[in-house]
Write a protein that binds this ligand. Structure first.
Ligand code: CU
Length: 204
């Protein structure tokens, strides 16, 4: 009887763990504490914490006080995917009078969203996380496109279908936040190889 109960609890916990443990563990975002996925962004009590890789160790940043920032995304879209990773693209505009740097992105549809760039490695173009984020001068735009800078959704929580709207919350280095929308779109390209050597081990 007892072992049966234990088995039931264990099964329940396994199911919980599969969905919740990584997030639950990461919800204890404390400056300097270890985190599991670079690019993960958590906002607690109006402070945003970023999971950053420093010297190969993943730790939570200090809390950035949340404010609103005038950043917009036009023609935003995301590549269809059922699991794993997907790329999001569009034209990001900095509508403020100062340069902004997008250092974190969050979405309910992915465990983490990373800022990615394309680099040449061993004679081939591969994508990797851009650790210092995307800097956009005052009033300027940044084009996110397949084969170039893009946002990478890691650990998709639900299949992305054509016409689905996904919301991405962009966080700047000073805590400014803007939520933008992308739409699921069929796209055959954008299957870049992901080089994780500048981050630590992670699972998409
Ligand atoms: Cu990527």
């Amino acid at each position: 009887m007892r072992s049966k109960l234990f088995a039931t609890l264990a099964l329940t916990c396994l199911l919980c763990g599969f969905n919740l443990v990584p997030v639950a563990a990461d919800m204890t975002a404390m400056p300097g504490a270890k985190c599991s996925m670079p690019g993960m962004t958590v906002t607690v009590a109006k402070l945003t914490y970023l999971c950053q890789s420093k010297a190969g160790v993943l730790t939570w940043s200090t809390g950035l006080p949340v404010s609103k920032v005038a950043i917009t995304l036009t023609d935003g879209w995301v590549k269809l995917a059922t699991t794993g990773m997907s790329g999001a693209f569009g034209i990001v505009k900095n509508n403020t009078k100062n340069a902004v740097t997008i250092v974190g992105v969050a979405s309910a549809r992915a465990a983490a969203v990373q800022t990615h760039e394309m680099v040449m490695k061993n004679g081939a173009m591969v994508m990797q996380m851009k650790m210092d984020g995307f800097t956009i001068p005052a009033g300027k735009t940044l084009e996110l496109k397949p084969g170039g800078n893009h946002l990478m959704l890691m650990g998709i929580t639900k299949p992305i279908k054509a016409g689905d709207y996904l919301y991405l919350t962009l966080t700047t280095s000073t805590g400014g936040q803007a939520t933008v929308r992308v739409i699921g779109k069929v796209f055959a390209g954008g299957n870049e190889t992901y080089d994780t050597s500048n981050t630590t081990a992670m699972k998409p």
